[in-house]
Design a protein around this ligand. Structure first.
Ligand SMILES: [Zn+2]
Length: 273
């Protein structure tokens, strides 16, 4: 029989403590019950050793995949239905719609008193294609490097549903065309009737509680809103650490719009090459 995760294997992973469920406070809860309506339940799978060699940064990380159990349940239910109907062809399509976030743990966090953290919003064009229209790619690689070199270690949380500050890849593509007609990155979102920034950091908040607990941490970001969003989830001891890298003639205007919007960027930062 086809299921998304074979029940025997699922149980083995639970027994080995490699599949856990956490709530909004980062506390482990049972995987046996269906979560209550409105209750945050995130399934976390890992650690999975993940050696990385990216742009000359060679590090070993421990990867954790995380997904809201409600989303996973829907996919699992559909998998059961498809199995009954003897059709598995559209399953890949279903699974691809599920937002699976990732945590990359770098170093041993056991004794870290103030780890270094990056909560990185997915950016296919910047992170994978190496697009210079933004600075996401260099920010991602540099975060891995900085955390690896930090004596405290830390983690990167990669938010998979954050493309284009939460508007999705399709709309982001449209905003690029609007930007090329003269609008800035925020104006282009508004032209499409979409918010300036619709990213949801709920899952990042819960994952930080799970991996770091009540400890203070340093966050690699120039965006005070991200710090405020995490504070709203109970992370009161977070300190922003500036993370300016990857400035180039292609993204200067974009960074300038971010500065005007409230990002901690100076004229000097933006004129860097
Ligand atoms: Zn980007």
């Amino acid at each position: 029989m086809f299921t998304y995760l074979n029940p025997t294997i699922r149980q083995r992973l639970i027994d080995e403590h490699k599949l856990v469920r956490i709530n909004a406070e980062g506390t482990e809860t049972t995987l046996d019950q269906v979560p209550q309506e409105g209750e945050l339940a995130i399934n976390v799978l890992g650690p999975i050793p993940l050696p990385i060699d990216l742009d000359g940064v060679k590090i070993t990380t421990q990867w954790y995949a995380s997904v809201r159990s409600t989303e996973l349940n829907q996919v699992e239910e559909l998998a059961r239905d498809l199995s009954r109907q003897g059709s598995q062809t559209s399953f890949a399509e279903l699974a691809s719609s599920m937002a699976v976030n990732s945590v990359l743990v770098i170093g041993d966090l056991t004794n870290a008193t103030n780890p270094l953290v990056r909560v990185h919003s997915s950016c296919l064009t910047g992170d994978v294609f190496g697009s210079q229209r933004c600075e996401c790619g260099p920010q991602f690689v540099s975060a891995l490097d900085r955390i690896n070199q930090d004596e405290q270690g830390g983690l990167v949380i990669y938010m998979s549903g954050h493309e284009g500050r939460g508007i999705g890849l399709w709309a982001k593509a449209a905003t690029y065309l609007l930007q090329d007609s003269g609008e800035n990155t925020y104006e282009a979102n508004r032209s499409l009737g979409l918010p300036d920034d619709s990213r949801d950091f709920t899952d990042a908040g819960a994952l930080l509680h799970y991996f770091i607990g009540k400890r203070p941490f340093r966050l690699l970001t120039n965006n005070p809103k991200k710090v405020d969003d995490l504070r709203a989830f109970g992370h009161t001891q977070v300190t922003a650490v500036k993370h300016v890298i990857g400035v180039n003639p292609w993204n200067r205007r974009y960074l300038s719009a971010k500065k005007d919007w409230g990002h901690e960027l100076s004229e000097q930062d933006i004129s860097k090459t």
